[in-house]
Ligand binder design. Structure first.
Ligand code: ADP
Ligand code: MG
Length: 700
């Protein structure tokens, strides 16, 4: 078996020094291994030949397709940059123009009239002329030697210009594979390959480039996607298992007075099934002797705060203190008030610490934390400052995860010898399979059930022409004593314009809805002013809040029953969902009005209509991921994978992720450090994968 990684592509038949240099510079392909791992991005069916007449008669967008016929004439027209070669082509049914803007002289020399060719390309209409620009042109013999499904490769513009196209890459790959059978050593452990019923690597590489049938192609794709995802799952699982084995956690076996007292005397309603299940999962974690790192995902209003509180009570029952961190002062204050109201009856000593806590109050808090008389501390980032010292901090809740970085989480650990248990709450649901990958290091719980009796927010799509009608609806809500949010987008690139529209929106709302008072909040305001405005609205002194997306996270004003989202077409689905979660928090029926301009694209319209048809955060997250790709979903972009995926797609390959996850679990159960002889080659390949990734990140 030769070493593919050492085989310089210069010596692959059909490449040579010049092309090798180009491929290296443009695509990073330097060895035969790189070349074979440069997977096609698509396939075209070359088994069918179309007629020019059938194309002329068909309307709409044409796919890449194949024709067979002769050139009647060639004309070089234009000069300099606009010089082009036009060949009149016919297959006997009708005629079509073929146009070359690049390599005019070369093509003119290569092609002859009267000779039969096979053309391959994408037809289109230019004014009234049917034409194909830059088709691939081959003598029939060349095509007949590689019939059927043919691979199309990702290219750069430069490669295309230099005539190093998809076909050239394909030819080189095919040449190499034909002359070098069975060169691939499979990195996946044999037990995994057979357990998941996968194709061998060698067969998969062959079929991804030269599919022997559509079924074989599907199996090849599955195998190669699985491989990528398996590396990721194995790496994540190994790391998280190591951490669990090495990091001790406080053992909290007791369910005592605090929890029971609260449960039997303070809880004004029955817990939902999902809440009970998640509390059980947390209990199992904190009894295990290992540190808990758990993410609780749940839609807005699913009752995460309550789950957090009850978990903290469990910590108290075992003699520990707990703390809850929120990303903003307002949210911290709301959490504090909620907990205070719910649990003051049972004598819980809960305090609030934020940046604006006065020195005197602060001394009292410091004292209480040190002597252990404060049970729960609620606060902002202020709670992780070094000077905040607890007596026995055992449990930490972090609300709205993506605003707290990993580094900040780590600072909490310094507050006790053994790291406290960490519960992260997020209302940005991400599909389970994605969570499995991007939050691989956290265990994930899901609250997938809303408390009973919740009325879904009535969501409608309205266009600018309907504004008068929308305003009448708002007025009716205001008259009924309710409050209203009016939200404007704020996107970095045109911050100035956005700022203008939100301030204008504020002024026009003040006029339109007079005498109701309006507050304004946007990201450019000083934090103190922002808080003051929010407070006006939260206290009910202002009836309308005109805001940019700063209100996205967590604000709870149950009396606010209506939200108008201006330029809704500019928001992502997940963001719309988060915003909408601000209403529908009280007993009254709530409304969300998505305002949009009339001429929006079909995709945008589909997105907005989805919002009007469901309030299920997971459905929305899934759809968002399908539409925009996983990278854009809030909170996941930075988390990054250890290496770039070439073929697997986190949005579409959920089932394969699950398959890979289960296979990795089974493998590591049997051989935790991959030391068995059968797995050693995989261990090597894995570390190589991860090391290469590190190198790349250093370069960029
Ligand atoms: P989240 O933090 O997930 O957005 P909260 O914990 O703030 O949700 O809960 C939203 C509202 O629902 C609160 O007013 C809370 O008291 C209430 N709630 C929570 N759990 C239940 C339940 N099981 N039954 C009824 N109401 C509940
Ligand atoms: Mg909450």
């Amino acid at each position: 078996m030769l070493s593919l990684r050492k085989f310089d592509i210069t010596y692959v038949k059909g490449i040579g020094p010049e092309r090798a240099k180009l491929l290296g510079a443009e695509l990073g392909i330097k060895t035969a291994y790189d070349l074979l791992r440069h997977y096609p991005t698509g396939y075209i069916d070359r088994s069918t030949t179309y007629s020019v007449r059938s194309i002329r008669e068909a309307a709409g967008e044409y796919p890449m397709l194949q024709l067979r016929g002769r050139f009647v004439s060639f004309n070089v027209v234009g000069e300099g940059a606009s010089m082009r070669l036009i060949g009149l082509f016919t297959d006997g049914t009708a005629t079509m123009d073929c146009v070359w803007f690049k390599g005019v002289r070369e093509m003119r020399k290569r092609l002859a009239t009267g000779r039969e060719y096979v053309l391959f390309g994408k037809p289109g209409w230019f004014r009234d002329t049917l034409q194909m620009t830059h088709p691939e042109v081959d003598p029939p013999e060349a095509v007949e030697s590689a019939p059927g499904i043919r691979a199309v490769y990702p290219l750069t513009e430069k490669l295309r210009q230099r005539n190093l196209g998809s076909r050239a890459i394909h030819t080189a790959v095919v040449n190499f594979l034909r002359t070098h059978p069975n060169q691939f050593r499979d990195p996946l452990p044999p037990s995994v390959v057979s357990g998941a019923g996968l194709m061998s690597l060698d067969e998969a590489i062959r079929n991804i480039h030269m599919p022997s049938s559509p079924e074989a192609l599907e199996r090849a794709k599955l195998r190669l996607k699985f491989e990528e995802l398996f590396y990721i799952q194995a790496d994540m699982l190994m790391r998280s298992r190591k951490r669990k084995a090495s990091v001790q956690g406080y053992i909290m076996p007791r369910v005592g007075q605090w929890f029971n007292d609260f449960y039997y005397n303070c809880l004004p309603f029955e817990l939902t099934g999902a809440q009970k299940r998640v509390i059980k999962e947390i209990r199992a974690d904190i009894m295990s002797g290992r540190q808990m790192n758990r993410l609780v995902q749940g839609d807005v209003g699913s009752g995460k705060t309550l789950v957090a509180l009850m978990s903290m009570l469990l910590a108290l029952d075992n003699g520990y203190q707990a703390c809850l961190m929120a990303p903003t002062e307002i949210l911290a204050t709301q959490h504090f008030e909620t907990i205070y109201e719910l649990a003051s009856k049972i004598g819980l000593n809960v305090r609030l610490l934020t940046g604006s806590t006065r020195a005197k109050q602060r001394r009292v808090i410091d004292e209480g934390l040190r002597d252990g008389s404060i049970h729960i501390l609620v606060g902002t980032h202020a709670v992780i400052e070094d000077k905040v010292v607890f007596n026995r901090l055992g449990f930490v809740v972090i609300d709205e995860q993506h605003r707290f970085g990993v580094a900040q989480r780590a600072r909490l650990w310094k507050k006790s010898d053994v790291p406290p248990h960490v519960l992260v709450m997020t209302a940005t649901p991400i599909p389970r399979t994605l969570a499995m990958t991007v939050y691989g290091d956290l265990d994930v719980s899901v609250i997938d059930e809303l408390p009973p009796g919740r009325k879904p927010v009535n969501t409608v799509l309205r266009f600018d022409e309907q504004r008068a009608q929308v305003n009448r609806g708002i007025m009716a809500q205001l008259r009924a004593g309710h409050q209203v949010y009016i939200v404007y987008p704020l996107v970095e690139e045109n911050e100035k314009l956005d700022l203008k529209s939100v301030t204008e929106g504020f002024e026009s709302a003040a006029q339109t809805f007079s005498p109701y008072s309006v507050a304004l909040v946007h990201g450019r305001m000083k934090p103190a002013d922002k808080d003051a405005s929010m407070q006006l609205f939260a206290s009910g002194k202002a009836s309308i809040l005109v805001a940019t997306t700063v209100i996205e996270v967590g604000v709870n004003v149950p009396n606010a029953t209506t939200m108008v989202i201006e330029n809704a077409e500019r928001f992502g689905l997940s963001q719309l969902h988060q915003l909408r979660g601000r209403v529908g928090r009280g007993a009254d029926r709530s409304h969300c009005i998505l305002m949009s301009k009339h001429n929006i694209g079909a995709d945008t319209r589909k997105r907005l209509e989805l919002m009007t048809s469901t309030t299920d955060g997971f459905v929305i997250a899934e759809a968002d991921m399908q539409m925009r790709g996983p990278g854009d979903i809030e909170g996941t972009a930075q988390s990054g994978l250890p290496f770039d995926l070439k073929i697997a797609n986190l949005a579409h390959d959920g089932q394969i992720i699950q398959l890979a996850r289960r296979a990795a679990e089974a493998l590591l159960d049997a051989d935790p450090d991959l030391s068995a002889p059968a797995n050693r080659y995989f261990a090597l390949a894995l570390s190589e994968m991860l090391n290469r990734a590190t190198d790349w990140s250093r370069i960029s």
